[in-house]
Design a protein around this ligand. Structure first.
Ligand SMILES: Cc1cc2nc3c(=O)[nH]c(=O)nc-3n(C[C@H](O)[C@H](O)[C@H](O)COP(=O)(O)O)c2cc1C
Ligand SMILES: O=C(O)C(=O)c1ccccc1
Length: 386
C-alpha cells in the first residue's frame, strides 16, 4: 500500500539522478522564496495580518508548546490516515483552507483553478472561497474526483446568499462553510500602508459578477461598468450574522453547514444546539482580530463543548507535525492555509501540490515513528502542554 511518506523516498531517489525538489519542503524556506518572487502587494495581502500581528505569530508559536510522546514496539508498517466526515471517508485529515486571493497568486490570474487542480492531484479537499477569480462551477470541475467544500461569505442580500448556495449545491460541493468572523475587515497595517485592498480593485469578484441575482441588482452589467459593480459588491459584501440566522442558513440547503471562526466553547455549544453540522475552530490566521489567544490553544475546549459534532481546525498549521498535533487535540480535519498559497504563487498547481505532499509526508512519517498507525491512535495519544 502506498504511503504519503513515500514522497520522501521519491525525493531522495531523484537526488541520485541529480534532481532536487523545485520548491523547498519546509515552510521557512518556502516563505523566503515567496518573499523574493511575489509581487509586493500580493505578498503583503497574503502574509499580513491584523494589528501588530501578535495573534498571527502566536498561532504558529503556540504549536511548539504542545508535544507528543512516542510509543515504541508498535507495528506501524501500514498506516491509515483516513477520517470520516458527514458519512464520507477522506484519505487524510488535511484540507485546503479557503483563501480568497488564490486567483491573483498565479501570474495567469487563475489561481483558484490551479488550487483546485492541486486538490485533484493530491486528493486533499479544497474549500473554495466565495472570493474567486473563476466561477465556483469551474472551480468545482477542476477539483476532479476530489470532493470540495464551498465557503460562503454571507452577503447582506438574502436572495444573493441563497443564489450562491444553490449554485454551490448544483455544482456538487459537499458542504457549506459559513465564515462568521469577516463581515467587516480587520485592521491590517501592511495593506493600509500601501492603500491596497484587492477586492476594491475588482480582483476575485467573479462569483458575484457571474451571479444572476447580483447582476439583477446592477443597472448595467459588470462587463460594461466594472466600477459600479465593484461598489455594489462593497455595499452587499458583509452581513452581520447572529444566532437567529442559523435556522435560515440551515434551511437554505440540504448540504451540511460548517460554522467557521468559532473559538469559544460557549459558541461551540450554541452552534451544536442550533443544529450546525460541524464547527470550524479558526481565528482566520490572525487576519481579522489581533490580541486573541492562539487558535490551537482554543481547540481542546471547543472539541469538548462540541461533543459528537465534528470540529475542523485551521490557523498556524505549517507542517505535518502541526497537523498531527491538531488531530491529537481533537480536530477531525485540519486546514492548511498560507503554505499552499505560497506553493501556488511559486509554481502553480504543481507548487501547491508539492507543499501539500510535503505536509502529508511529514505527518505520515511522524505517525510511523511515534507508533500511531491510525488517526484514532493519534487522538488517543493526545498532546501535552510543555
Ligand atoms: C490571503 C488570505 C485570504 C483568505 N481568504 C479567506 C476567505 O476568502 N474566506 C475565509 O473563510 N477565510 C479566508 N482566509 C482565512 C483562511 O481560511 C484560514 O483561516 C487562515 O489562512 C489560517 O491561517 P494560516 O494560513 O496562518 O494557517 C484567508 C487567509 C489568507 C491568508
Ligand atoms: O483576506 C481575508 O482574510 C478575507 O478573507 C477577507 C475577505 C473579504 C473582506 C475582508 C477579508
Amino acid at each position: 500500500m502506498p504511503h504519503y511518506g513515500d514522497y520522501q523516498n521519491q525525493i531522495y531517489f531523484a537526488g541520485l539522478q541529480g534532481v532536487t525538489p523545485k520548491l523547498p519542503v519546509d515552510y521557512a524556506t518556502l516563505v523566503a522564496r515567496a518573499q523574493a518572487a511575489m509581487p509586493p502587494q500580493v505578498l503583503a495581502y497574503v502574509q499580513g495580518g491584523c494589528g501588530d500581528e501578535h495573534t498571527q505569530d502566536w498561532n504558529v508559536q503556540a504549536f511548539h508548546r504542545w508535544g507528543m510522546v512516542p510509543r515504541m514496539m508498535v507495528d506501524c508498517t501500514a498506516r491509515d490516515l483516513s477520517v470520516e466526515l458527514f458519512g464520507r471517508r477522506y484519505p487524510s485529515p488535511l484540507f485546503m483552507a479557503p483563501i480568497g486571493v488564490n486567483g491573483i497568486c498565479t501570474q495567469d490570474g487563475h489561481g483558484d483553478l490551479a488550487a483546485a487542480r492541486a486538490s485533484a492531484m493530491t486528493g486533499v479537499p479544497f474549500c473554495a472561497s466565495t472570493l474567486s477569480n473563476d466561477p465556483l462551477e469551474d472551480v468545482a470541475r477542476a477539483c476532479g474526483d476530489t470532493p470540495a467544500f464551498f465557503q460562503l461569505y454571507t452577503p447582506r442580500s438574502r436572495e444573493l446568499a441563497e443564489s450562491l448556495v444553490s449554485r454551490a449545491e448544483a455544482a456538487g460541493y459537499q458542504a457549506i462553510v459559513v465564515t462568521l468572523d469577516t463581515w467587516v475587515t480587520g485592521w491590517r497595517p501592511r495593506d493600509l500602508n500601501v492603500a491596497n485592498f484587492p477586492q476594491l480593485r475588482g480582483a476575485v469578484l467573479r462569483n458575484y459578477f457571474s451571479d444572476p441575482v447580483f447582476r439583477s441588482m446592477l443597472p448595467t452589467p459588470p462587463e460594461e461598468d466594472p466600477k459600479a459593480a465593484i461598489l455594489a459588491w462593497a455595499g452587499v459584501f458583509g452581513k452581520v450574522l447572529t444566532w437567529n440566522d442559523l435556522p435560515w442558513l440551515k434551511g437554505m440547503t440540504k448540504l451540511p453547514i460548517i460554522l467557521k471562526g468559532i473559538c469559544h466553547p460557549d459558541d461551540a455549544r450554541r452552534a451544536v444546539d442550533g443544529g450546525a453540522d460541524a464547527i470550524y475552530c479558526s481565528n482566520h490566521g490572525g487576519r481579522q482580530a489581533n490580541g486573541g489567544i492562539a487558535a490551537i490553544d482554543c481547540l481542546s475546549a471547543v472539541v469538548e463543548a462540541a461533543g459528537d459534532t465534528p470540529v475542523l481546525f485551521d490557523s498556524g498549521v505549517r507542517s505535518g507535525t502541526d497537523v498531527v498535533k491538531a488531530v491529537a487535540l481533537g480536530a477531525r480535519m485540519v486546514g492548511l492555509g498560507r503554505p499552499y498559497t505560497y506553493g501556488l504563487a511559486l509554481d502553480g498547481a504543481e507548487g501547491a501540490a508539492h507543499v501539500i505532499r510535503s505536509v502529508l509526508a511529514e505527518a505520515d512519517l511522524l505517525m510511523a515513528v511515534n507508533g500511531y498507525p491510525t488517526i484514532a491512535d493519534v487522538r488517543q495519544a493526545g498532546a501535552v502542554r510543555q
